[in-house]
Design a protein around this ligand. Sequence first.
Ligand code: GLU
Length: 500
Amino acid sequence: MLSKKGIKSEVKVRFAPSPTGPLHIGAARTALFNWLFAKKNKGKFILRIEDTDISRYKKEYEKDILKALKWLGLNWDKGPYYQSRRKEIYKKYIKKLLKEGKAFWCYHTKEELEAEKKEQMKKGEAPRHICEHKLNSQKSEVKSAIKNSKLKGIIRFNTPIKKIKFTDVIRGEIEFDTSLLGDFSIAKDLNNPLYNLTCVIDDYEMKINYVIRGEDHIPNTPKQILIQEALGFPTPYYAHLPLILGPDRSKLSKRHNAMPINEYKRLGYLPEALINFMAFLGWNPKNEREFFMLDDLIKEFSLESIGKSGAIFNIQKLDYLNGYYIRHTDLNKLTKMCIPYLEKAKLIKKIKDLKFKILETNEIIDFNYIKKIVKLEQERIKKLNEIKELTEFFFKKKLKYKPELLKWKNISLIEVKRNLEILEREILKIKKNEFNEKKLKDILMPLTEKYGRGEILWPFRVALSGKKASPGPFEIAEILGKEKVLERIREAKKLCEVSS
Ligand code: GLU
């Protein structure tokens, strides 16, 4: 059905988020799959903001959604359309349905509806409202009684009892018995239509021919097909994407590190990593390939290769992909991306283009200095926000660490101090303009042969970084420069004195 030949008219898909929360990973995956399907088939990807639920609507959510989509690179061809601005269109259709008796006003009170629900639950039936008002609504005495009453009604669909069948591109044939649906509501009144109705009208008006959305919308599909039939609209193809589950196969939640997209962005995940990660939430290539950027996905993606069973969300996979994309990011670009994290941590402050101040020391550094630091960590970091923790020792006036950390194995602090003195003496011999990694190695490596590798290099590295794990001492030393290196060695010596 989905072969190239099978798609007769231009593919038109939509992403239709409700701005009742930020753009979450699940909805973003829906957006991605719609986008890919549109690109693959040279069709159109439409963005529609379903903002009819004003009680839960927030402008900030709407902004968040648009920002996150743009950041991911999922640009839309048309829209955003806002349902709140299309009320006249919906009204026209509601009136038509009412006039034709395909919809009706229901005046049952909340209490009556509750009682009906209780009764049905008791009998083990699906809770639904089967309304007797629909039978009477055309009778003139009912009409005038309604007109004269102050009752606040709701508009419901006059559900015919039948079987609804549709073929889901992913799940195959799905059949529904409409008697389980009851006379579902489609509008609060003429000016306040509800989701199932607005969705059907917009999909028709916007000529959407493929509806790709989460599996949680399957129960809405028979209702939407009924409305399409009542209005004489064609039924689009449906593709319901599998649920996203945690590694323990439970419902995906914060506990599994499922978050809104902008939160991932804040933590330093790259859009490429999220795209790659989300693509695998349901879709799989036919081979072992792991890394896919948007362009690769356009080539490889198809709805048919989406699985039916739940997609497992595993944050370690995302971290792994993120590490990969960080390693493959151009160093200049990566440095630019890391700088905001160092600024936010109040380690550095931008003073002008490509010039920064180290806040603790007031020292002025340039972009290349930061670039060297970032380069040291590029292979290791999994998320950009780790850059602070990993590199802050470069920007500190004084390092804080326990003297014991300077000890290689069981050697005493007295010996550590002696080794630091040897280091200091040798380093003093290096000219400032020759102070680089190579020179340091040439001078210091012979010492390791004489005094032991760990004995020399371990306290050297700890003196410079204050950390148990860090890049090697020669690389750090070159970046810090002769003066700071000597200063840190002297500080380490002092620590040994105080504690021995
Ligand atoms: N506004 C709905 C949602 O956010 C869209 C559902 C649909 O795609 O039809 O879940």
